[in-house]
Design a protein around this ligand. Structure first.
Ligand SMILES: Cc1ncc(COP(=O)(O)O)c(C=O)c1O
Ligand SMILES: [Zn+2]
Length: 419
C-alpha cells in the first residue's frame, strides 16, 4: 500500500528503517515483502531515519555486522537472535601486491572468511530477519552459487525450511556447500537469468507465494547487507573513506550498496566528506555493464554468459544502470578481464598476499591490474579491492598442484632437484 511521504511509519522490527522508497519515482510504501513500485515498477529500497550514531557505540558493539545495527533495517535485539552473524572480516594491508603493481597503498577487504565463505552471508543475515518478521517459514533464492550456500546455512541456523534454485552445471564446491545443510537444492536447466525468471513466476504462484526469496521479494532488505562492507572498510581504515575501490559486479547490487554505505557514513557524520572513486569489475564473458560503459550507453544490453567466473554470470543485471551512474558520478569506470587473466590474477593474489580467492576475486584483482596498466587508477591514492569469495569453492579454475611426487628419502628429494 502506498503511503504519504510524511506519514510516520517507524517499525521497531526494522530499527531505523521507516519505509520502502522507489528508487525511480520516490513513492513510499510500508515496510513489507514487496520489491517493485506499483506506479513505475522501479526497485524499492529501505529509507531510514537515523538517530545519533557514534563511533564509540559501534566500536563497543559485537564483532560482526550487528555492530552497525543502528544503520540497518533489523530489530534492536538482533544480536540475540539465531543468525550466522557474519562480518568484521579482515582488511588486509597488501604491500607485496601493491609493490608488484606499482601502487603506494593497497588493501584487500577479504570477505572469504565469512561463515559460508562469501560476502553473501551479509545480505542473507538481513533477509533472514525480514523473513522472520514477515512470518515466512521457507527461505529461498535464485543463486549463481554462493547465495544458495548462504541461504542454506542461515535457514538451518534460524530454523527455516529452505529451497534454493541454481543454474545446472555450477562448480561442485558451490553445490555441496548449498546442499549440505539439508535444504532442497534445485538445479534449473538454463542460466542464472532463466533461474531468476522462474523464481519471479514462482512467487506469484500458490506454491511459492508464502516463501521468503532473499533476493526477490526480500531484496530491499537483503541488499542493505552489503552496506556493511562499506562501514567496515571505513572503520578499519580509521574512520576514513578510501580514495578508490574496485568491486566485482554480477547484479550490481553490492556495488550500489557499498556506495550507499559510504554516503550514509558521511550523512551521519562518522567520516569526513571527501571524494572517492568506484570501479566495477566484470568477466569479459559476462560484461554487459562494462560494455555499456565502454559504449557510453545508459541502458544495459543483456548477454548470454560464458565465463569461468560463474558467481558473476548474470547476463541481465538488475542494478546495472545504477552502477553506471555511480561510476560516472564518482569518476571511476567499469572494466572487464578474460578468463586467462582471471586465473592469473587468482594466482597473483595468492602468491603475493596468501589470499586464495574464488574466480570473482580473480576478476577484481585482474581488473585492478588492468586499471593500473591503463593509467586509470591513481597509483599514489589509497586503494581497496573487495575479495568476495573463497578459492576452495572454485578449485577447478586453477591448475595448481604438487611440485613433485617422490619416495620418502633424502636421495629422492635431492635427485628431484628440490634441495
Ligand atoms: C563471490 C561473489 N562476488 C560478487 C558477487 C556479485 O554480487 P552482486 O549481484 O551484488 O553484484 C556475487 C554474486 O553472486 C558473488 O557470488
Ligand atoms: Zn516508482
Amino acid at each position: 500500500m502506498a503511503i504519504a511521504a510524511t506519514e510516520p511509519t517507524a517499525v521497531r522490527a526494522f530499527g531505523p528503517g521507516t519505509a520502502l522508497s522507489c528508487r525511480e519515482c520516490g513513492e513510499r510504501y510500508e515496510l513489507s515483502p514487496i520489491f517493485a513500485c506499483g506506479f513505475c515498477f522501479g526497485p524499492l529500497e529501505v529509507a531510514y531515519d537515523f538517530g545519533n550514531v557514534s563511533r564509540e557505540e559501534i566500536e563497543s558493539g559485537p564483532k560482526n555486522i550487528w555492530r552497525y545495527r543502528s544503520l540497518l533495517p533489523v530489530p534492536d535485539n538482533v544480536a540475540e537472535l539465531p543468525n550466522m552473524n557474519p562480518g568484521l572480516t579482515p582488511l588486509v594491508r597488501a604491500d607485496r601486491l601493491a609493490a608488484e603493481l606499482g601502487l603506494s597503498s593497497l588493501h584487500v577487504k577479504d570477505d572469504s572468511g565469512n561463515p559460508t565463505h562469501s560476502f553473501k552471508d551479509r545480505v542473507v543475515a538481513i533477509a533472514v530477519e525480514a523473513a522472520r518478521t514477515f512470518g515466512f517459514t521457507t527461505l529461498s533464492c535464485s543463486s549463481t552459487g554462493n547465495l544458495a550456500g548462504a541461504v542454506g546455512a542461515a535457514a538451518a541456523r534460524a530454523g527455516f525450511e529452505s529451497c534454493v534454485f541454481i543454474p545446472a552445471g555450477l562448480e561442485e564446491g558451490k553445490v555441496v556447500m548449498a546442499a549440505v545443510y539439508g535444504g532442497k537444492v534445485v538445479a534449473i536447466d538454463g542460466n542464472y537469468d532463466d533461474v531468476n525468471r522462474f523464481c519471479s513466476e514462482l512467487i506469484g504462484d500458490p506454491a511459492g507465494e508464502s516463501w521468503g526469496f532473499t533476493n526477490v521479494n526480500l531484496r530491499p532488505y537483503y541488499a542493505e547487507g552489503s552496506k556493511t562492507l562499506a562501514y567496515e572498510i571505513a572503520e578499519q581504515l580509521g574512520w576514513r573513506l578510501p580514495d578508490q575501490i574496485v568491486i566485482p559486479i554480477a547484479s550490481g547490487s553490492q556495488l550500489t550498496k557499498i556506495d550507499k554505505g559510504f554516503q550514509e557514513l558521511i550523512k551521519v557524520g562518522l567520516v569526513e566528506d571527501r571524494p572517492y572513486k568506484v570501479f566495477g569489475a566484470q568477466a569479459t564473458g559476462c560484461s554487459p555493464v562494462a560494455k555499456a560503459w565502454e559504449n557510453g550507453h545508459d541502458v544495459i544490453q543483456p548477454v548470454k554468459p560464458d565465463t569461468i567466473a560463474k558467481s558473476l554470470a548474470i547476463g541481465n543485471p538488475a542494478d546495472g544502470p545504477y552502477v553506471l551512474d555511480i561510476a560516472q558520478r564518482t569518476g571511476g569506470s567499469i572494466e572487464h578481464v578474460g578468463d586467462d587473466e582471471i586465473v592469473d590474477a587468482i594466482k597473483l593474489l595468492a602468491r603475493t598476499e596468501g589470499i586464495f580467492a574464488e574466480t570473482a576475486g580473480g576478476v577484481t584483482t585482474g581488473v585492478l591490474r588492468k586499471l593500473v596498466r591503463e593509467g586509470k587508477l591513481d597509483t599514489e591514492a589509497e586503494t581497496v579491492i573487495v575479495n568476495t569469495g573463497d578459492g576452495l569453492k572454485t578449485l577447478n579454475a586453477v591448475d595448481a598442484g604438487v611440485t613433485a611426487t617422490i619416495k620418502p628419502s633424502l636421495k629422492a628429494f635431492t635427485e628431484a632437484g628440490l634441495a
